[in-house]
Design a protein around this ligand. Structure first.
Ligand SMILES: Nc1nc2c(c(=O)[nH]1)N[C@H]1C(S)=C(S)[C@@H](COP(=O)(O)OP(=O)(O)OC[C@H]3O[C@@H](n4cnc5c(=O)[nH]c(N)nc54)[C@H](O)[C@@H]3O)O[C@H]1N2
Ligand SMILES: Nc1nc2c(c(=O)[nH]1)N[C@H]1C(S)=C(S)[C@@H](COP(=O)(O)OP(=O)(O)OC[C@H]3O[C@@H](n4cnc5c(=O)[nH]c(N)nc54)[C@H](O)[C@@H]3O)O[C@H]1N2
Ligand code: SF4
Ligand SMILES: [Mo]
Length: 737
């Protein structure tokens, strides 16, 4: 019997490019996948990971049933058995101390609205201060700097690539990563179009990356040197009278404080520390100031370092001082259709942000954006006393591989009284869990990107309903809600629909006052995250305002447009989007001005002989896509790139095995000679090391690779944001027989 062929549309959930995909199905078999040419954001772009969506769906290692660990072995159980186990073990821990339960949210949670919106609900139900996430292994410095300057954690400026004449990329490789803290599908195509109309691309990176390969200029920088370089540029802008705030002048506070703070940090002073000659620093400052429209963009290389917040801030200081912030062709603020706090409430002023409302128990690390640094997780589990973490819930999180010194974390996990993992694999982290609850596959899940439209190259609205409904299995938000029901004493068998109604009604009544009841009635047919989305869209800046603005956005409207709805190019938003108490752009937040003292103290620090940095790879996604055959195929990619001059210095040959060490920590890697590398710097990808026992990753285990994070110190952080330092760390290397 010939099965019916259907076409479906789905936003790819794997990376921040959020590409719109077109799927061809025969029955419930995915037979073809391509980029959707009609998609209003991605216009047909797709990468090999998106094309592997079907393989993930089919992957036999992907978990379909919950598991409980019995006598050290994970066995499949029913959903009711899994939740009964949680109900038996979780409430007694909560009863003694709410902070005894830690939550660890991983990267995929940022891509799945069920996990994000209901992870937050679970967090509130648990009431613990011990919330950790991949944000402190990633972009927290940028969020903190943006929050201090503009008043909200997600008011992050992104380059207006279609209209810029100069893009300066620091510590990002968007050709491979497909953009981050910047949703920009087909970055390469857009950047080449900029070059074709006479624009320039400059890349500043210790490696001549795939992005640098077609740049008009590439500058090697010493890892961790960005704050020094950027301070030198700011100094030059003032010294050479290149500061030109333009339209924003009346909206910016603190210019003189910045001028005073950079005194003495001339290009000549900072040059040795960033490894870029003073003349080049000055030239760069003049080029940026002289461009018609320029945008500086800093990504993970500028965040995962000791001066992460400082460097992230300085990127926007330069954008502002050169008149490029909030200007077409500069760095602009998207206006997202839903969930964007900088579109909510009174325009132009707000509460701003604060950090340190709580501190971590052991190290006293300040809370940032409601979280504690992931680097503190192990010590909070190990250190006895009131407030000790005795249970852990991981949500799409693999910190054993993705965070520094995961081996310590793994040992601490085994001492916990209870560990629950919401994960689709039995992997390096979930193997420590007492209960594993698997989510559905992306084909089965509905999708809306909560965060990324707030960071997108263009304003659009898109929603994907589930392609293959899954009546026999709970959605992930239902799993989280069921744990929340247990945590709040409603029990594992509570009526989840009623509980969901109650939580949503509470939220709406808090914000909508007398309008709450008609609003709730309007969205009542929907449930779960789709209902929260409908509320956010309809109340949002393009919404139908529950009927008051006919034709405006709603879930129903997005359902009718699988290609999405275009909301136009980025438009200036200052002062309307500001949420600082002053109603100004705070160019000189005291916390950041004070942090420059660290830089001054550090100017004379000797440059280490050899440091290691990370890199991303097109056919890999952090720690978890190495089990898909087409992605895992081909040349082995977990290699250490090293400059030939360094290789001969250390007696290393191409293809040979070598040990990289830091103190007692050691990993074994394969050497790959590459003149892409700055001398004195080696590059090893992260997310490998699939050689742990009792995992179920048949493909990944064949070529497990080495876990770079073994070499790093979980205590090494940017003190302001709590973000881990994941590069620029001194190591030694030697050949192995
Ligand atoms: N050295 C070094 N370390 C790094 C980085 C680096 O550049 N260098 N980068 C850091 C960054 S930026 C990040 S974001 C982190 C990422 O680190 P994590 O947040 O740990 O995320 P992943 O490594 O992507 O692992 C995702 C986990 O979620 C599971 N998963 C995948 N899809 C789903 C799903 O649909 N549902 C559920 N429930 N689970 C799912 C996977 O099986 C896996 O266990 O790594 C960080 N670590
Ligand atoms: N294919 C693929 N795509 C991904 C991911 C993936 O694992 N694979 N991960 C996703 C995630 S979670 C994220 S956060 C994004 C990250 O997106 P990107 O930030 O674009 O990621 P990377 O490719 O790691 O680029 C970081 C660059 O910083 C450079 N670098 C290292 N140290 C320094 C430094 O001190 N200063 C400067 N200036 N540069 C430095 C590195 O050489 C590297 O080229 O990618 C996302 N997209
Ligand atoms: S670039 Fe990212 S969003 Fe687009 S197809 Fe690839 S993994 Fe998916
Ligand atoms: Mo990330």
């Amino acid at each position: 019997m010939r099965r019916v062929t259907t076409t479906a549309y789905r936003i790819c959930p794997f990376c921040e490019a959020c590409c719109g995909l077109e799927l061809e199905l025969e029955g419930d078999q995915l037979v073809k996948i391509r980029g959707n040419p009609a998609d209003v954001s991605s216009a047909g772009f797709i990468c090999p990971k998106g094309a592997a969506l079907g393989e993930l769906h089919e992957d036999r290692d992907r978990l379909r049933a919950p598991m409980i660990k019995r006598d050290g072995v994970h066995v499949e159980v029913t959903w009711d058995e899994a939740f009964a186990e949680i109900e038996r073990r979780l409430p007694p821990i909560i009863a003694t101390d709410r902070d005894a339960i830690a939550v660890s949210l991983g990267n995929p949670a940022a891509h799945k609205f069920g996990l994000l919106l209901y992870g937050a609900r679970l967090g509130r139900a648990l009431g613990t201060k011990n919330v950790f996430s991949a944000s402190t292994l990633d972009q927290m410095p940028k969020q903190l700097a943006s929050g201090l300057m503009f008043g909200h954690w997600l008011s992050v400026a992104v380059p207006d690539l279609p209209r810029t004449d100069l893009l300066v990329v620091l510590g990002g490789n968007p050709v491979v990563s497909n953009g981050s803290m910047w949703t920009v599908p087909d970055f390469r195509g857009k950047a080449k179009a900029m070059q074709a109309r006479g624009g320039k691309l400059i890349v500043i990176d210790p490696r001549r990356t795939e992005t640098a390969a077609f740049a008009d200029q590439h500058l090697f920088i010493r890892p961790g040197g960005d704050a020094f370089l950027l301070l030198g540029i700011v100094h030059t802008l003032f010294e050479e009278n290149l500061v030109e705030l333009g339209r924003l002048a009346e909206h910016v506070a603190g210019v003189d404080d910045v001028r005073a703070a950079v005194q003495g940090l001339a290009a000549e002073v900072v040059a040795p520390r960033c490894g870029i000659a003073a003349a080049q620093i000055r030239e760069l400052a003049r080029t940026i100031a002289g461009a018609n429209h320029a945008a500086l963009y800093g990504r993970i290389g500028t965040c995962t370092q000791e001066y992460g917040t400082l460097a992230s801030w300085l990127v926007d200081v330069i954008n502002t001082l050169t008149g490029n912030l909030d200007e077409p062709g500069g760095a602009m603020f998207p206006k997202a259709p839903a969930f964007a706090a900088n579109t909510v409430g009174a325009a132009g002023k707000g509460k701003g942000i604060a950090t340190g409302r709580r501190t971590s128990r052991v190290s006293g690390a300040p809370e940032v954006f409601g979280e504690l640094p992931t680097g503190c997780m192990a010590e909070e589990m190990e250190t006895p006393g009131q407030g000790q973490v005795r249970a852990l819930i991981t949500i799409a999180s693999n910190p054993v591989l993705s965070s520094p010194n995961g081996a310590r974390l793994a040992r601490a996990m085994d001492e916990l009284e209870l560990m629950i993992s919401l994960d689709i694999y039995l992997n390096e982290t979930s193997r420590h869990a007492d209960v594993i609850l698997p989510g559905v596959s992306p084909l089965e899940d509905a999708h809306y990107d909560v965060a990324f439209p707030q960071l997108a190259w263009r304003n659009t609205a898109r929603f994907s309903p589930s392609v293959l409904p899954h009546p026999d299995r709970p959605a992930e938000w239902e799993l989280l809600l069921r744990i929340a029901a247990i945590a709040t004493g409603k029990g594992a068998n509570a009526d989840l629909n009623a509980f969901d109604d109650e939580l949503t009604a509470d939220d709406v009544r808090r914000t909508a006052g007398p309008l709450a009841e008609p609003i709730l009635a309007a969205v009542q047919p929907l449930r779960g995250p789709e209902r929260l989305l409908d509320l956010a869209l309809r109340a949002g800046p393009y919404g139908d305002r529950f009927g008051q603005a006919p034709g405006g956005l709603s879930v129903a409207k997005l359902r009718a447009h699988p290609e999405g709805i275009d909301l136009g190019e980025l438009a200036p938003r200052v002062p309307e989007m500001l949420r600082t108490p002053s109603g100004k752009i705070e160019l000189a937040p005291p916390m950041l001005i004070a942090d420059i003292a660290r830089v001054r103290d550090d100017l004379a620090r000797p440059v280490p002989d050899l440091v290691v940095i990370g890199r991303r790879q097109l056919r890999s996604n952090n720690s978890w896509m190495h089990n898909l055959p087409t992605l895992a195929a081909g040349r082995f990619r977990c290699t250490a790139l090293i400059n030939p001059a360094d290789a001969s210095r250390f007696g290393l040959r191409n293809g040979a095995r070598a040990a990289i060490t830091r103190g007692d920590a050691q990993i074994t890697v394969e050497i790959e000679l590459s003149d892409q590398m700055m001398p004195g710097v080696i590059s090893v990808p992260h997310g490998w090391g699939h050689d742990q026992p009792n995992t179920q990753l048949g493909v990944a285990a064949v070529r497990p690779g080495a876990n770079l994070n073994t070499l790093f110190d979980e205590g090494l952080r940017d003190p302001l944001s709590g973000n881990a330092v994941l590069g620029g760390i001194a190591v030694a290397i030697r050949p192995l027989a």
